[in-house]
Design a protein around this ligand. Sequence first.
Ligand code: ME8
Length: 518
Amino acid sequence: MKIYLTTPIYYVNAYPHLGHAYTTIVVDVLARFFKLKGWQVFFLTGTDEHGDKIQKTAKEKNKTPEELVDEISLAFKKTWDYFKISYNYFIRTTSSSHKKVVQTLLQKLYEKGEFYLDEYEGYYCIGCERFLTSKELDEKGQCQDHKVAPIYVKEKNYFFNLEKYRNWLKYYLLHHEVIYPEFYREEVLNLLEEELPPLCISRPKSRLSWGIELPFDRDYVTYVWFDALINYLTGIGYPENPKWKDWWIEAHHFIAKDILKPHAVYWPIMLKAMELPMYKKLLVHGYWLVNKLKMSKSLGNIVEPIEISEKYGKDQLRYFLLREMAFGYDAEFNFSNFVQRINADLANDYGNLIYRSFNLVEKYFKTIPEASSLSPLDEEFLETVKKALKDYEKYFLNFQFHRALERLWQAIRSANVYIDRKAPWELIKKGAKEKAGTVLKILLEGIKSFAIALYPVTPETSQIILKTLGINLNSVTWDMVWNFSLLSSSTTISKGKPLFPRIEMEKLSHSITKSSTT
Ligand code: ME8
């Protein structure tokens, strides 16, 4: 089995914030999950480096566009490397390989007669890097996402007739489950009820020089979205690498709802016009909000992902992001939610289970005990864990991460109930050491299954847990979650330090910063 996973390529006009980290972490979690399941994974991320927005920011910062894009692209790469994001390739749209692909495809479309020259006037939002329709403006006539009035632009440009493909796209989306969650598909189908305005695919060099030159008219550069979307093809070696198509038909694009239209309307139509197959899925999540407003560089209410991870842990942040946001919907980021989740789920439920199980084994057995015959309560507990793991897997395959984690936590909590009901420390006091050993062996097997299942979400702590249990991460596969007689009795257990220390409320200092722009 193969899967091709992509994040958006992020604009390099500002440093990465928690919103970017969320999409990238979600894709990383899935890449790790599918690899555990033995799938071949190609994971692409990168930076979007052309366009008005970049040229404008460079000017404001007294830098050349080249200086700005090199600096911020590196900051994105460093951030993903800090989070040990398992991407296969980091694409930059200023690379010569990407420029070549864009120009080849533009030439092809031009020769097919897909572009025409026309005079255009309209309202352009630099934040969105696209013309907005009147319906997309708020009551003050401003862009709803960026809260600024779009600028009026009138110029001669090349256009692409989207309308020609509207009925094809409508039919395609109605008959294929491409967009998830479903309500975004509905949103796109609604959009397709009305005539699509032509897409302006060029910018005159006299106004914008920072872009890829149109191969058929050197007075123009390519519209940044036309350039950016093509990264998904360049990233898998299109057209030279013969394997590109095998990956392409398995393409899963992860985005937030801000860029639904370019991905669900422009991109499918571009592919159709280029006579290339459609991608497989578009997975759309909501916004991280701060006080009900979208976290964004333009609004200056951003949370720094590295800063928060340095303070509270990378796995803690990954868990929080995946557990707190219902994929598709908006979620509010605030420190009280963050601390509550970490303390309740990670420190109390999961961390305590591990610490006390390891502690009891270290104290009374030193090595992993053997299980003797299982009681109905032991069997029942293992059954609970198996069922939760089945659901966890199912929810993961449906991209419902918060549900998956919620379900797994039911099993983690029942492990805590099981240990309390069985009270192995009492059994030892009563001289029933063999029975106590069985309980602890079952618990350690359960913990092993939790650690494997959670490896995609909390890779660093899972690795520590599995190492303590004598399992080498490189040999781990998803199927091991079902095996409850996996652990070797020759493994010596040492309890180590608590993996998820409680966060004390009074120590809390929050890091919502004013602005992330350079
Ligand atoms: O749009 N909540 O780049 P971009 C959740 N270059 N996710 C968020 C977020 C928030 N508050 N803020 C940002 C672009 N994101 C184009 C994409 S792709 C061919 C070109 C994430 O830097 C989310 O993934 O504005 C969103 O779609 C993306 O960052 C936008 O990043």
